[in-house]
Design a protein around this ligand. Structure first.
Ligand SMILES: Nc1ncnc2c1ncn2[C@@H]1O[C@H](COP(=O)(O)OP(=O)(O)OP(=O)(O)O)[C@@H](O)[C@H]1O
Length: 260
């Protein structure tokens, strides 16, 4: 689905990563973790060919779906309906696609809405929908590409645990039904931990890649951060405790602070 070979990304003398060899297999779920500014979004941008590598190569499948980071939108949320948002995934909102184009667009949008169970509010203005409902539509937008690789940039941000679970389940359902590979940027590994095959952890120009059991350990993260980090397993969840990095498990921040 994607293959990096000896990939390096740097802005000026700031190196985000170097010597990255990574092949993303069909149906594989890779979580991308790391502190603010470590290069998680830039990693997705190299897969989207928005950022050229400084050296090395990346090859990517053609059918890529993308759930971008959620930003406050300038457009009029009361004028835009759910299905309009999903339709942007088909044609970027272009005019003049012709009657046949509109029929195809409608079919793709309806199909994507059905996949995420959002048909009942497809015609409602975005502005009246909850954060969870809007995020469901954004997943649908990415699915209009019929992706073999789905890139997700913090799709759980600002969702409550129930809606986080819902979005994770939708993405996992797509992965299972179509063997779609998932590259998932997140600050909080716990909601996706049961699904994750490998973790790419970026810190200060260094990285580790491997199964969660190998990367999410006291030894590996302490080595990567160059300071004492403690990883504790509690009931199938991971608590990352240590200095300024305790925020990595946002949902557990209060526990981390207490344990630090
Ligand atoms: N086009 C660019 N030109 C110069 N520097 C950039 C560019 N894009 C990103 N950077 C820098 O690269 C670093 C990594 O940014 P990036 O957005 O990838 O981090 P991130 O890990 O996704 O952060 P966050 O968790 O805050 O979203 C930052 O220091 C950022 O300022």
């Amino acid at each position: 689905m994607a293959r990096f070979h000896q990939a390096r990304l740097a802005f000026g003398d700031r190196v985000l990563w170097d010597g990255l060899d990574l092949t993303v297999e069909p149906g594989e779920w890779i979580a991308v973790l790391g502190p603010n500014g470590s290069g998680k979004t830039s990693f997705l941008r190299t897969l989207l060919h928005q950022y050229p590598l400084s050296s090395g190569t990346v090859e990517v499948t053609e059918a890529v779906g993308y759930i971008p980071q959620q930003h406050a939108d300038d457009s009029d949320a009361m004028a835009l309906r759910g299905r309009d948002l999903v339709g942007f995934g088909v044609d970027g909102g272009a005019w003049g696609v012709g009657l046949r184009g509109w029929a195809r667009r409608r079919r793709l949008v309806d199909d994507a809405l059905a996949q995420v169970g959002a048909r009942q509010y497809a015609d409602a203005p975005l502005g009246v929908l909850s954060g969870g409902e809007q995020q469901r539509l954004r997943v649908a937008q990415a699915l209009t590409a019929d992706p073999t690789l789905l890139l997700c940039d913090e799709p759980l941000a600002s969702l409550d645990p129930a809606n986080q679970q819902l979005v994770v389940d939708l993405i996992d359902a797509r992965r299972r039904s179509a063997n779609t590979a998932v590259v998932f940027v997140t600050h909080e590994i716990n909601p996706v931990l049961p699904h994750v095959d490998r973790v790419l952890y970026l810190v200060g120009g260094q990285f580790r890649i491997g199964p969660p059991d190998e990367v999410m350990t006291t030894e590996t993260l302490s080595e990567l951060y160059g300071s004492d980090i403690e990883v504790i397993r509690v009931g199938g969840r991971l608590l990352v405790v240590g200095g300024e990095y305790s925020h990595h498990c946002q949902g557990d921040a209060q526990h981390s602070d207490g344990a630090a």
